[in-house]
Design a binder for this molecule. Structure first.
Ligand code: PEP
Ligand code: MG
Length: 848
């Protein structure tokens, strides 16, 4: 083996002003252990990261917190602003360069808002690293205070010990590995890349790793990270040199084993790759003509099957003229934005505010700079605009899926939707409205909002989807359209011939096939009766809900905004039992100010014209993330920092909200009640109450009450003690059920078993009522059970004083109560408490 000596020098000026922190002192083992590269860190006092050298921007992380420059003599310089700043997803960072751009010393690379980043990230300390340090020698590093674009912070080089193996110049046949699926949960990020490089350097062969049609040197951490890989991506190694075979064998094995990362948590062989099995608890039906799913929107419909096929797209992966592809991408983006604006206006004009909002959200998703930049990056790597956009969307879908957050699942179908729109535009395909027969019952895997927007609402009378649940888009849209829907329907539904007659039962969550005339008759009679009943309930919606034996139940509404408040008054709501205030906080870049909150609460209180209102303090965390308050991912989000726990750990948020509610109470004719969510211990209630007391004294407000949600079994069991401290209780049966049964309320496989009519939950409701009544306090129910006709007699019988129901259900629940007798309900409730299962309870209480 011969070697040639290479002249290598590198000299970097400070990209930021600040104090030098030796790399070993950086509080992150990956950087401190020099796994990513050698260099220094700077605790910055300036906010614009300047280029420390002349070179090419080789990578710019999509979150804009890290950038690397490759110099003409091959030094790879990575700058990483702060620790854990990737989690900020670009918030607070502005990139001034793009990948592939040539930069001079001192040119601005990234600007960051130090205050914002410092508040949200672990540290602002910024690493400046040479990620191929083995190619250099004689490093010297600055210490103490440095001034950006002035002081030299890193020097290395002169006579490099780096040798170039003459074998590289020889003619060796390249050895290629098999395709290897990456087991690493977030692909080849810094740590596994560093380990791969360390291993590659033990061999003399030239080794490359390729993925998505791009290749990177296996000796460059930055180049490997630049492959932008994710879990499950297939990579391939190529080596040429004397030890190529051994290198391929060793590195392939190391990649399969996770390159030092524990990939056990997210094994590639997921449950999906195992054969499906029938659960022993699965609800089955003896009747082969009955396909089962879950109820997604109530009502029933008789109609004909229309199978909605997903559109497939055919396009080349690569394209020659990058500029033309970028232009095509931007033309398509503009055209789709235009279509979405028109759709949004059309929906608004048709009074379909829900759909209009969805298309507005799509416009925002489509203008995400990260998405567009990703698309452009792929194009600059030689990809066609269609392929590039598809890949960029895939990246975002993967991010959402990795969050394992059921709330964000709906966003995946939004992304799919804009993907399809863009691909149609780029490929010149049309999205004509489907020719639809009368009385169409749509069967599909899932429905995107665009698919439903293209359906003729005068012809579609129901949906059945094999995917999705009761909170999926199709369910929300079906409810908005007032048509029945079933989600998670048996896959067999997709085999039904177009035009075959079916009955969709949105209440029972079933689709009946091979239907007889007799069945159709029965359903038609049921529908006619239901329509008559609805008319009667509506006509008496403003009467009180008084049982046949003269017991009055207060029936109030669950609302999320002013519009709901106004609707509830029209439908006979006697007040608001739950304002889910978090809806005023979600999908925003910043927290609403006290004034803004006070103004919104006051408007809602005013709309109720003197009726009482319960405003629940912010109930986010776990499954409901806030964009402007990043919280660390939690192992068990429902058992973590959620509900009142956030208010107690971040008192400024609670205090601001409490002041805004008290200001809305000031001088109002309604009784304004403050309610804390997810109270589990007495200390939590006492601490939260103290905040209310202090703020009320400051504002001089006294016309308010303080109550709690009973959502955790500990609170129900200790109702007597809590009743000493709270003015009222409202039982959140959605959470109380999930915590009692230890079953995630959004889990698709447990949906059928998470039933609030389980006798264990009823027992806890009974304990809550008894504890409260002993102290002269009242109890409401604001969870889903209050709107369930099978639960209403039982809640009445258990002594519940108030039902807070979904706005459209107000007339029917009031109507049902007027038909019941309290004493019979009490007997029924006692029987239910002795039942063994939720199914047995439902048999006892068949509903209206
Ligand atoms: C509940 O848990 O029953 C409840 C009403 O609260 P949310 O559904 O908003 O968690
Ligand atoms: Mg709840």
């Amino acid at each position: 083996m011969t070697s040639t000596t290479v002249q290598q020098t590198v000299s970097l000026t400070a990209p930021l002003s600040g104090i030098v922190v030796p790399l070993e002192q950086v509080p992150d083992p990956v950087f401190a252990g020099k796994m990513v590269g050698d260099g220094i860190a700077i605790d910055p006092t300036s906010q614009v990261l300047l280029s420390p050298c002349e070179g090419t921007v080789s990578t710019l992380h999509p979150a804009h917190h890290a950038v690397s420059i490759t110099t003409a003599n091959g030094a790879e310089v990575l700058m990483h602003i702060g620790l854990d700043t990737v989690l900020l997803k670009g918030d607070g960072f502005t990139a001034h360069v793009t990948e592939g751009q040539q930069v001079k010393v001192g040119e601005p690379l990234i600007e960051f808002d130090a205050d914002q980043v410092a508040q949200q990230a672990r540290s602002l300390v910024t690493m400046v690293l040479i990620t191929n340090p083995d190619d250099f020698s004689n490093f010297s590093f600055a210490a103490g205070k440095v001034v950006s674009n002035q002081d030299i912070i890193i020097q290395a080089g002169s006579e490099s010990a780096a040798t170039q193996n003459s074998e590289e110049a020889q003619d060796f046949t390249a050895v290629t590995s098999e395709l290897i699926a990456l087991p690493n949960p977030v692909g080849l990020h810094a740590r596994p890349s560093a380990n791969l490089v360390a291993l590659a350097k033990q061999f003399s062969s030239k080794i490359t790793i390729s993925c998505h049609g791009n290749a990177a040197s296996a000796r460059s951490v930055v180049a490997i990270m630049g492959l932008n890989t994710k879990q499950g991506d297939e990579v391939q190694l190529t080596a040429s040199g004397a030890d190529a075979e051994a290198a391929i064998a060793a590195i392939s094995q190391a990649i399969k084993e996770g390159l030092g990362e524990d990939c056990q948590e997210a094994p590639l062989a997921t449950a999906e790759s195992l054969p499906e099995e029938q659960s022993l608890l699965a609800v089955t039906h003896d009747d082969p003509n009955c396909l089962l799913g879950v109820s997604a929107s109530p009502g029933s419909a008789i109609g004909v099957v229309v199978q909605l096929q997903e559109q497939t797209f055919d396009y080349p992966e690569t394209a020659e003229n990058s500029e033309a592809q970028v232009a095509a991408l931007h033309d398509a983006l503009d055209a789709v934005q235009q279509d979405l604006t028109e759709l949004q206006q059309q929906m608004t004009q048709q009074g379909q505010a829900d759909k209009a909002e969805i298309f507005q959200a799509h416009q925002e998703l489509l203008s995400d700079p990260e998405l567009i930049e990703q698309g452009e990056t792929f194009i600059h790597r030689g990809k066609s605009a269609a392929f590039a956009f598809n890949q960029a969307i895939d990246g975002q879908v993967q991010v959402l899926k990795q969050l394992d957050n059921p709330m964000l699942a709906g966003r995946v179908s939004d992304l799919d939707d804009i993907r399809n729109r863009m691909l149609r535009k780029l490929l010149g395909l049309t999205d004509d409205a489907m020719a639809m027969p009368e009385n169409a019952i749509i069967i599909a895997r899932d429905l995107t909002p665009s698919m439903t927007a293209n359906l003729d609402p005068s012809k579609v009378i129901g949906f059945a989807t094999t995917e999705g649940g009761s909170s999926s888009h199709s369910a929300i849209l079906a409810r908005g359209m007032g048509i029945p829907a079933v989600a998670g329907i048996d896959n067999q539904a997709q085999q039904l011939a177009d035009g075959s007659k079916v009955i969709l039962d949105g209440d029972a969550g079933q689709l009946r096939i091979n239907v007889s005339d007799e069945e159709i008759n029965n359903i038609q009679q049921r529908q006619a009766k239901q329509a008559e009943q609805d008319q009667q309930d509506l006509a008496s919606a403003h009467d009180h809900a008084i049982t046949t034996d003269d017991h009055q139940m207060e029936v109030v509404a669950n609302i999320a905004n002013l519009n709901d408040a106004e609707k509830s008054v029209k439908l006979g709501g006697e007040g608001v039992g739950l304002l889910r205030s978090e809806f005023l906080f979600l999908d925003r870049a910043t927290a609403p100010s006290e004034d803004e909150q006070a103004q919104q609460y006051s408007a809602i209180v005013k709309a109720l014209q003197g009726r009482p209102i319960i405003i629940r303090t912010l109930d986010v965390g776990g499954d409901k993330p806030l964009d402007y308050m990043p919280m660390p991912a939690e192992e068990n989000p429902f058992l973590g920092e959620r509900g009142i726990r956030i208010g107690l750990n971040r008192p400024s948020i609670l205090r601001t909200q409490v002041r805004a509610i008290l200001r809305a109470a000031q001088g109002s004719e309604s009784t304004v009640r403050i309610m804390f969510p997810m109270i589990a211990t007495l200390e939590e209630l006492q601490a939260a109450k103290q905040v209310v007391k202090q703020e009320a004294e400051q504002l001089g407000v006294s016309n308010y009450e303080v109550g709690i949600m009973v959502e955790v079994p500990s609170t129900a069991v200790m109702a007597e003690q809590f009743a000493e401290e709270a003015d009222f209780f409202s039982i959140g049966t959605n959470d109380l059920t999930q915590y009692t049964l230890a079953m995630d309320r959004g889990h698709p496989k447990l949906a059928a078993q998470v039933d609030g009519l389980n006798p264990a939950v009823l027992k806890l409701i009974e304990m809550t009522v008894q504890g409260a009544h002993k102290a002269g306090k009242w109890v409401g129910v604001c969870g889903g059970l209050a709107s369930d006709p099978q639960a209403v007699p039982l809640l009445l019988g258990l002594g519940v004083d108030e039902l807070s129901v979904s706005v459209p259900a107000l007339p029917a629940i009031k109507g049902q109560i007027r038909e019941l007798s309290l004493s019979q309900c009490q007997t029924l409730a006692q029987q239910a408490l002795k039942a063994g299962t939720a199914t047995a309870v439902r048999q006892l209480s068949p509903g209206r």
